[in-house]
Design a binder for this molecule. Structure first.
Ligand code: ZN
Length: 221
């Protein structure tokens, strides 16, 4: 039998319960569990050792990360633990949305990871499949997320290996590279933009499929 892929879905826990009663980590875990041969765990900022103990991190092949307001409160010691797991051991890392400013992502990228602009206007996001051949785009056609926050370029990250998705925002036609991959040391990183916490983005069928595809892709170093 094929060895199971072990995935940890982490959230800082500041997402509103009215939108995500089980947290964004719980929401994502629930659809990842539909994948065969995948074992899914959740933890959060509020757990002991921030839900990111050495033992926890050494037990998983993929870390999915959602954070927004508590980036700076994650201790550097834990951040270097994550970075080492990615670079030296090939753990996959999937930072979502506002996690562009998370310490592990900034550390892995080695840049400031700033956005050109952002606006929480609840208008729609058109997600264009830019690289149709990439495994993360498997089964995905261009789609619309009815309500999202907008992000605009320039996104201050190193040149990605692949631009899988590009988003265009309804309000003013701003453009953002919304699905990007990098190989960092032995590990794979996939940044995916959608997922502002006041909108039910992680219940969108295309978003779910993309995150499932991404878990399978980053798990294979
Ligand atoms: Zn946001």
């Amino acid at each position: 039998m094929e060895r199971k892929i072990k995935v940890l879905v982490w959230s800082e826990g500041t997402e509103p319960k009215s939108v995500y009663p089980n947290g964004i980590n719980g929401e994502i875990a629930s659809f990842l569990r539909e994948l065969p041969n995948v074992e899914v765990y959740t933890s959060s900022f509020n757990d002991s050792e921030f839900g990111l103990s050495e033992r926890t991190l050494f037990g998983v092949d993929v870390l999915v990360w959602w954070g927004h307001q508590k980036h700076d409160k994650v201790p550097d010691e834990i951040v270097s633990r994550i970075v080492k797991r990615v670079k030296n051991d090939g753990m996959g890392f999937i930072p979502l949305h506002s996690s562009h400013f998370s310490k592990p992502f900034i550390s892995l990228m080695g840049t400031k990871c700033k956005l050109g602009s952002w606006r929480e206007d609840g208008r729609s996001e058109y997600v264009h499949v830019f690289n149709r051949k990439h495994p993360i785009a498997s089964g995905i056609e261009d789609f619309v997320i009815e309500q999202e926050e907008m992000y605009g370029e320039p996104f201050e990250v190193p040149k990605p290996d692949d631009v899988v998705f590009v988003s265009i925002f309804e309000a003013d036609g701003a453009i953002f590279r919304s699905g990007l991959t990098w190989k960092v040391g032995k590990g794979k990183v996939f940044y995916f933009r959608p997922g502002h916490e006041t909108y039910p983005t992680y219940r969108n069928e295309n978003v779910k499929r993309i995150i499932k595809n991404a878990v399978l892709w980053v798990a294979r170093a």
